[in-house]
Design a protein around this ligand. Structure first.
Ligand code: DSN
Length: 412
């Protein structure tokens, strides 16, 4: 594989293979990552990469798009079927531009919108002041409850009715519990505002029925395609027909230029995979694995935000175990276990040195691991965190992790 690359640029070739080796010999627990299938990988490195196709199927600013149109239309049709969407735009290059296009379609600069605070599970593009969303729009943030670390829908309703935003955003990046999308729809109906969601993290779970799917009854829903959905690094926007024109115009010409059609082809392949019955089994296993990993960690004495999980992700409050989130991330990395430091609700640290780590099960489940393996993974995590000052022990754990991973090599 990669013979031409090896011949022409052995440095990049070797680095690419070193990254593959890292992925296969360690435990990737970052919940926003996954492993694409070889079929998706092949579509990614393929001929549509060469084509300019500004516009949409049947309406392009360049000639020679008769094949590209078929690829993009298949991606659209499959995404519609997968999520029960009236309209889908498959061109956004990633999650942030998808959200940018959604806001551009529905809001004017300066309009009021509401999203969950970053430190309590929201995303930068959900209104944080350092991000375009917080700079261009008047974002008011809602939070989770201090005691339960859960959303309180009555409080959110009250805040929405007081603030009167033009748009209410739900869907999060670090909320380990199910979201009551029906309740969000009711709140938006009462308040008369746009009802939108960013389901980037739980997209695959929504598609396979493991989480309530807001797409059929929300105004606009964005999702990345590379997390639980297990597709290429990219995004889509789904909406009701009445918003279709505004969304399409916001993506192109409003924000992006030529769509990345090789990635759109890979998205179409991923959607075909997600429409198959195996994907539902995969999603079920993702959730089962997360529940077992969460309960094993609690058995070891770790405090989890909300004391568990309903989805694919777990937030561990590691400060209670005498270590900060950034230290924990780096100690685990030395043991070949990859996670990300993360703020927890009512954070007392900073985003650079927060109290938590965020872990999840999409990658390990793709590699074929099940409940028993999660028990072993929890014990690797616990041993590594307990060996934080012992480089020799951490390097031994890294070797043990590598041995363990040999039975779960996804890319041969
Ligand atoms: N960076 C993604 C995540 O890790 O959740 C969200 O954009």
């Amino acid at each position: 594989m990669f013979a031409n690359l090896k011949n022409f640029d052995s440095v990049i070739h070797d680095l690419i293979l070193a990254e593959k080796e890292r992925q296969m010999s360690g435990l990737e627990l970052i919940p926003s990552e996954n492993l694409v299938s070889p079929a998706v990988m092949e579509a990614l490195a393929s001929y549509p990469v060469n084509k300019y196709a500004e516009g949409y199927p049947g309406h392009r600013y360049y000639g020679g798009n008769e094949v590209i149109d078929q690829i993009e239309q298949l991606a659209i049709d499959r995404a519609k079927e997968l999520f029960g969407a009236e309209h889908v735009n498959v061109q956004p290059n990633s999650g942030s531009p998808a959200n940018m296009a959604m806001y551009q379609a529905l809001l004017k600069v300066g309009d009021k919108a509401m999203g969950l605070k970053l430190t309590e599970g929201g995303h930068l593009t959900h209104g944080h002041k350092v991000n375009f969303s917080g700079k261009l729009y008047n974002f008011v943030q809602y939070g989770v409850e201090k005691e339960t670390e859960l959303l309180d829908y009555d409080k959110i309703r009250k805040q929405v009715l007081e603030e009167k935003p033009k748009l209410l955003l739900s869907g999060y990046t670090a909320y380990p519990r199910s979201i009551d999308f029906k309740e969000f729809r009711n709140i938006c109906d009462e308040a008369g505002c746009f009802c939108v969601a960013d389901i980037s993290h739980i997209g695959g779970l929504c598609a396979s029925g493991l989480h309530e799917n807001p797409v059929p009854y929300f105004d606009v829903v964005t999702t990345t395609t590379h997390k639980t959905l297990r597709g290429p690094r990219s995004a889509i926007i789904m909406c009701k027909e009445e918003f279709a024109n505004k969304i399409d115009k916001a993506v192109f010409p409003g924000l992006q230029g030529g769509p990345h059609e090789h990635i759109i082809a890979a998205k179409a392949v991923a959607f075909k995979e997600a429409l198959e019955s195996d994907f539902k089994k995969y999603s079920e296993q993702v959730v089962k694995n997360a529940k077992v990993l969460a309960s094993e960690l609690m058995n070891f004495g770790y405090r989890l935000v909300t004391n568990g999980t309903d989805n694919h992700l777990i937030l561990v409050d590691v400060r209670k175990s005498g270590i900060s989130g950034s230290e924990a991330e780096s100690v685990l990395e030395k043991a070949g276990i990859y996670c990300n430091k993360n703020t927890i609700p009512y954070e007392t640290g900073s985003p650079w040195d927060p109290s938590g780590i965020r872990i999840g099960t999409p990658v390990l489940t793709t590699r074929g691991m099940k409940e028993n393996e999660m028990k072993i993974v929890a014990s690797f995590i616990n041993s590594a965190l307990n060996s934080k000052n012992d480089e020799t022990k951490l390097s031994k754990i890294k070797n043990d992790v590598k041995e363990f991973c040999k039975d779960y090599i996804f890319y041969k």
